[in-house]
Design a protein around this ligand. Structure first.
Ligand SMILES: *[C@@H]1O[C@H](CO)[C@@H](O)[C@H](O)[C@H]1NC(C)=O
Ligand SMILES: *[C@@H]1O[C@H](CO)[C@@H](O)[C@H](O)[C@H]1NC(C)=O
Ligand SMILES: *[C@@H]1O[C@H](CO)[C@@H](O)[C@H](O)[C@H]1NC(C)=O
Ligand SMILES: *[C@@H]1O[C@H](CO)[C@@H](O)[C@H](O)[C@H]1NC(C)=O
Length: 496
C-alpha cells in the first residue's frame, strides 16, 4: 500500500472515529428497557393473561390450528396453535423470525439478565409466551408447524388481530418436505430458553431442552429449505435467502451451550466451514451470532486456536467505522446501514453482538486487530454500540426517538394494524378487511401507542417521513426489538 493510500485511510479512519465519541445527551436506559419489553405484549396472539399490561390489545386468533393445510401435514390429529407473536405490523404468525427473536431474547437474559432489574421477570414472560407456542408447533413428531395465516390475504386487509376474518391456515413441514432452517431456529430458541428457565423452572427447562434436541435431529436428518417445500406461502415474506446451514450450526451451538455434549461440539467444529457471512446477523443469517456465541470453544484438533474467536473479531472489523475491512455504511448522523428495508434490525443486532464480544475481549484482556494499525479495544466496541443505541433513542439530527413512547418526539404513524385502528375498548364493533383503509390512509396519529416499538428507521440521509405507507421505515418488528432489549439491559447497568 502506498503512502497516500495509507494516509487517506488514516484520515478517513480518524473522521469516522468521531462517530460515537461525542455523546452529550443522557438517556434513561432503564425506561427504554422497560418499554422495549412491553412492546412484545402488543404483539401477542392468543388468549391474553391477567398480567397483560398493554390493555388496548385483546384476545385474538383463538381458533389457530383448527384449519390445517394438509398438502404436507398427513397426521390426523387436531392441533392447538393458539399463542405466539405477530411478527410486525400484520397478523400472520411467521415462526421463522419469531423463533429468532426468541433466541435473541433468551441470549439477552443469559448475558445481561442481571442488569434487567424488575424487567427480568417481564423478559422471562416474553420468552415463555413464545416457548409455550413452540412446544405446540412441535407437538406432532415428524412435523413442525412453521406459519399460521395466509400472508397475501392478510396483507391485503387493514384489520385488527381481534377482528380477523381471513383464513387462518396453518402450514407444516415434514420429513418429505423439510424445513431445516425454521426447525433448527425453533430448536435454537427452545435450547436457549431452557438455559434461561433452568434455575427457577427446572421442569419446564427440561421439557424445552428435550424438545429442542428432538427438533434439531429432525432439522438435521431431513435436510431442505422451507422455501422449497412451501414456496409462495413463505416467500417472499420470510423466504430463507441465506440457506439452512447457518441455522443448523446455530441450533447445535445453543444445544452445546445447554448440554455441553461432545456431539454438539463436534457438530459445530465440523460445520463451521459452511458459515461464511462473517459480518451478518439477523433472522435469516446467524453467522456472526454463532461466532460470538462460541468464542470460548476451541478447535477440535488444536486447543490453542478458536476459529470462532477469530471470526468474531472479523465481525467487529466488518462493522467498526474506522476499520479497513468495513462492509457496512454509516450515515452522517452516525447510524449503521446495510442495504434493504427495516435497517434498524441491523443496528440493534450489531450493537448487541458488539457488547457481548466486548465482554469476552475484556476477560481475555485483548483488542481486535483490524489491520492497518487499527485496533479495537473492548471500550471502543461499547462506545460504538452506545452511539447506535443513543441514536435510536433520539441523539440524531432530527432529535427524534425511533422508539414509540420514549422521549418527547417519536413516530406517530407506524405501519401497524393494531396500533393504527381504534381499540376494541373504544370501538367494539367489527372493522372489516377493507373498512380499515380509512385509518390506513388518514394523516392522524395512530389510535393506540404501541409503547416500546422501534421502527425500521431513517434513510441513509438521516431523514424520516413518519408515514404509515412507508413500511420499510415505519414498521416495527420483534427482531428489531429483541437484540435491543439486551443492549439496553447492558447500558442500564454500565453507563458507558
Ligand atoms: C480433526 O482431525 C481429524 C483427524 O485427523 C480429521 O479427520 C478432522 O477432519 C479434523 N477436524 C477438523 C474440523 O479439522
Ligand atoms: C494451532 O493453532 C495455532 C494458533 O493459530 C497455530 O500457531 C498452530 O500452528 C496450530 N497447531 C497445529 C498443530 O495446527
Ligand atoms: C436538535 O437539538 C439540538 C440541541 O438541542 C438543536 O440545536 C437542534 O436545532 C435540534 N434539531 C432539530 C431538527 O430539531
Ligand atoms: C440522500 O442524499 C443524496 C444527496 O443529496 C441523494 O442523492 C440520495 O438520493 C438521498 N438518499 C435518499 C435515500 O433519500
Amino acid at each position: 500500500m502506498g503512502f497516500i493510500q495509507r494516509l487517506v485511510i488514516i484520515v478517513i479512519g480518524s473522521l469516522l472515529c468521531l462517530i460515537g465519541t461525542s455523546i452529550g445527551l443522557k438517556h434513561n436506559y432503564g425506561d427504554a428497557l422497560k418499554k422495549s419489553i412491553l412492546f412484545f405484549e402488543g404483539q401477542r396472539s392468543g388468549k391474553l393473561p391477567q398480567t397483560q399490561r398493554m390493555n388496548w390489545r385483546k384476545d385474538s386468533a383463538l381458533q389457530d390450528g383448527s384449519q390445517i393445510d394438509h398438502t404436507l401435514f398427513s397426521a390426523s390429529q387436531q392441533v392447538d396453535l393458539v399463542g405466539g407473536y405477530y411478527d410486525a405490523g400484520d397478523n400472520v404468525k411467521f415462526n421463522f423470525p419469531m423463533a429468532f427473536s426468541t433466541t435473541v431474547l433468551a441470549w439477552s437474559v443469559i448475558e445481561f439478565g442481571k442488569s434487567m432489574g424488575p424487567d427480568l421477570k417481564n423478559t422471562l414472560d416474553a420468552i415463555g409466551w413464545a416457548t409455550d407456542y413452540f412446544l405446540k408447533v412441535t407437538s406432532v413428531p415428524g412435523f413442525v408447524f412453521v406459519q399460521v395465516g395466509e400472508p397475501y390475504k392478510d396483507h391485503n386487509c387493514w384489520e385488527r388481530p381481534e377482528d380477523m376474518d381471513q383464513p387462518r391456515i396453518s402450514y407444516a413441514v415434514s420429513k418429505d418436505h423439510p424445513g431445516s432452517e425454521v426447525s433448527a431456529e425453533i430448536a435454537a430458541a427452545l435450547a436457549a430458553a431452557s438455559i434461561v428457565f433452568r434455575k427457577h423452572h427446572p421442569d419446564y427447562s427440561t421439557r424445552l431442552l428435550q424438545r429442542a434436541r428432538e427438533v434439531f435431529d429432525f432439522a438435521d436428518k431431513y435436510r431442505g429449505s422451507y422455501s422449497d417445500s412451501l414456496g409462495s406461502t413463505v416467500c417472499p415474506f420470510y423466504c430463507d435467502f441465506g440457506g439452512y446451514q447457518d441455522e443448523l450450526v446455530w441450533a447445535a451451538a445453543w444445544l452445546l451451550k445447554a448440554t455441553k455434549l461432545h456431539y454438539y461440539r463436534d457438530y459445530v467444529n465440523n460445520n463451521i466451514v459452511n458459515v461464511k457471512n462473517i459480518g451478518e446477523f439477523g433472522w435469516d443469517t446467524k453467522d456472526a451470532g454463532i461466532n460470538v456465541l462460541l468464542t470460548k470453544v476451541r478447535h477440535v484438533n488444536n486447543s490453542s486456536y478458536s476459529p470462532f474467536l477469530a471470526n468474531a473479531d472479523r465481525f467487529v472489523c466488518a462493522v467498526l467505522p474506522e476499520s479497513p475491512s468495513r462492509s457496512v455504511q454509516y450515515s452522517k448522523g452516525g447510524l449503521l446501514f446495510r442495504p434493504g428495508g427495516s435497517n434498524m434490525q441491523h443496528v440493534t443486532a450489531a450493537s448487541f453482538l458488539l457488547l457481548v464480544h466486548s465482554s469476552h475481549l475484556r476477560k481475555l484482556k485483548r483488542k481486535v486487530d483490524c489491520g492497518s494499525n487499527i485496533f479495537a479495544s473492548p471500550k471502543r466496541l461499547r462506545q460504538l454500540a452506545r452511539s447506535q443505541v443513543d441514536y435510536i433513542l433520539g441523539h440524531n439530527p432530527l432529535n427524534l426517538s425511533y422508539m414509540v413512547g420514549y422521549g418527547p418526539k417519536f413516530p406517530l404513524r407506524i405501519h401497524h394494524r393494531a396500533s393504527s385502528l381504534p381499540s376494541l375498548v373504544n370501538h367494539p364493533g367489527q372493522i372489516h378487511c377493507k373498512e380499515g383503509s380509512t385509518y390506513f390512509e388518514s394523516q392522524n396519529p395512530n389510535s393506540n401507542l404501541l409503547v416500546g416499538a422501534v421502527v425500521g428507521g431513517p434513510d441513509i440521509n438521516d431523514s424520516y417521513e413518519d408515514s404509515r405507507a412507508d413500511f420499510a421505515h415505519s414498521e416495527p418488528t420483534t427482531y428489531i426489538n429483541a437484540p435491543l432489549v439486551g443492549a439496553l439491559a447492558f447500558f442500564n447497568r454500565h453507563r458507558h
